[in-house]
Design a binder for this molecule. Structure first.
Ligand code: AMP
Length: 411
């Protein structure tokens, strides 16, 4: 299928040609006709599949087709809710790119930044608003935003939004929009609570699922290492020294784990930075910028902090901890091997993570190659380690003060 088969308008096609996209991705092929047909959609798709364009292109087209003559007093007609600032900013950049030859205007509002400049832009009028839930409700309460003209509401990364405790906010936002509207829900995983939310607010939605397909994983050469937990850092250093070349993202499950590994790699003179939820917005953006520019070769991240972040040309992904949900594995390794390029992934599995391998292999319909020839093999009979707490029970926890304060942002 070609983009022209999707019946998009000339100004939108022109922007796509400039981006050098040759043809629509699977999610775009399946979702764009449904959205143009004004249907509600639940789409299972993670970053890297082209999901942002899958909703941005048809939304631009629908708004473009129904533009009012007067340019003054633009009304917000499409609202995209995103759980994190980084994602929201990225979505806005996409709308601006794809809509550059239309006179449709978009803007982004998010917390953690001064509210006044955001109000100023909103006063000038926009057609498309991208927002994080809290800031959107703030502005709505202050009467700066009118949601009465919303025609399409997008909930992006719905699973993450619910994990971050935004369910009440999302329901409030949905209620503040007109009853008659199109709702598009995108989620990397489909746990029960996401399905329940969809059942509550969507109207006869069409399902699109591109997560389980091998599309994401087929360009990635995947290797699994069985290794005792305490030897993972050594194995990581061994691979960085001898095997891995280029830019690498290392995923860890916890912020504590990210910090610990960062310290170890810095000590070994690696050019490394990290992102997780306890880092300030500025620090996270700086880390990403350095990684994208190539001044830093290794980025260590928690899943949530890395969610949706669009970093191109990643040569390798290390799953330092195996994720407990197989979709997250697909999501992580999808960071490499994008757009027809080949990538590699290295996954470390300790005794207590063995059960995750089976569910990952089931999801990707493939067995992962096991590398047995390495210096830190796991005894096949090794039992999962029991984590004993050391020291007094009054000892300070490993959570930082910032993390305790920001209960909502648990990641
Ligand atoms: P997303 O899944 O929305 O985060 O998109 C991942 C990356 O794919 C972004 O850098 C997009 O610019 C790119 N992309 C989106 N659609 C296409 C396409 N049809 N062909 C090539 N690249 C694309």
């Amino acid at each position: 299928m070609q983009f022209k088969d999707l019946h998009l308008n000339k100004p939108i096609l022109k922007a796509i040609i400039e981006k050098n996209y040759e043809k629509p991705t699977l999610i775009q092929e399946e979702t764009i006709p449904l959205i143009l047909n004004k249907q509600d959609v639940i789409a299972s798709a993670q970053t890297g599949t082209g999901k942002t364009a899958a909703f941005a292109l048809p939304i631009l087209q629908l708004l473009f087709d129904k533009q009012e003559a007067s340019k003054k007093g633009k009304k917000i007609r499409a609202l995209i809710i995103s759980p994190t600032r980084e994602l929201a900013i990225q979505i806005d950049e996409n709308f601006k790119n794809y809509g550059k030859y239309t006179n449709l205007r978009s803007t982004v509002v998010y917390g953690g930044a001064s509210i006044e400049p955001q109000k100023e832009i909103l006063k000038k009028g926009v057609d498309i608003l991208i927002a994080t839930p809290g800031r959107l409700l703030d502005l709505f309460k202050q009467n700066v935003i009118n949601l009465a003209n919303i025609e399409t509401l997008v909930l992006d990364e719905a699973d993450l939004m619910l994990d971050m405790g935004f369910i009440e906010d999302v329901l409030k936002i949905e209620k503040s929009c007109p009853k008659q509207k199109q709702i598009l829900l995108f989620s990397a995983t489909m746990p029960n609570k996401v399905v329940q939310l969809a059942n509550t607010i969507l109207n006869n939605p069409k399902m699109v699922d591109v997560t389980t397909s091998s599309v994401v994983t087929k360009n990635v050469y995947q290797t699994l290492y069985y290794v005792p937990k305490p030897k993972k850092i050594e194995l990581c250093l061994h691979l960085l020294r001898n095997t891995i070349r280029g830019s690498v993202i290392i995923f860890r499950r916890t912020k504590f784990g990210v910090d610990k590994l960062e310290k170890a790699l810095l000590k070994n003179n690696y050019n490394v930075d990290s992102i997780h939820g306890d880092k300030s917005q500025t620090d996270r953006q700086e880390a990403l910028k350095s990684f994208k520019k190539g001044t830093v070769d290794i980025l260590i991240a928690t899943d949530v902090a890395a969610r949706g972040i669009d970093v191109k040309n990643v040569d390798a992904v290390i799953n330092f901890d195996l994720p407990n949900l197989p979709e997250i594995y697909v999501h992580r390794i999808g960071r490499t091997g994008r757009a027809g390029k080949e990538g590699v992934s290295y996954s470390f599995c300790s005794a207590d993570e063995k059960s995750y391998v089976a569910s990952i292999e089931k999801l990707i319909h493939n067995n992962i190659f096991v590398e047995e020839n390495h210096p830190y093999p796991l005894d096949p009979k090794a039992k999962p380690e029991v984590h004993k707490k050391k020291g007094s029970k009054h000892k300070k926890g490993r959570k930082s003060e910032a993390s305790k304060k920001k209960k909502k942002r648990w990641y």
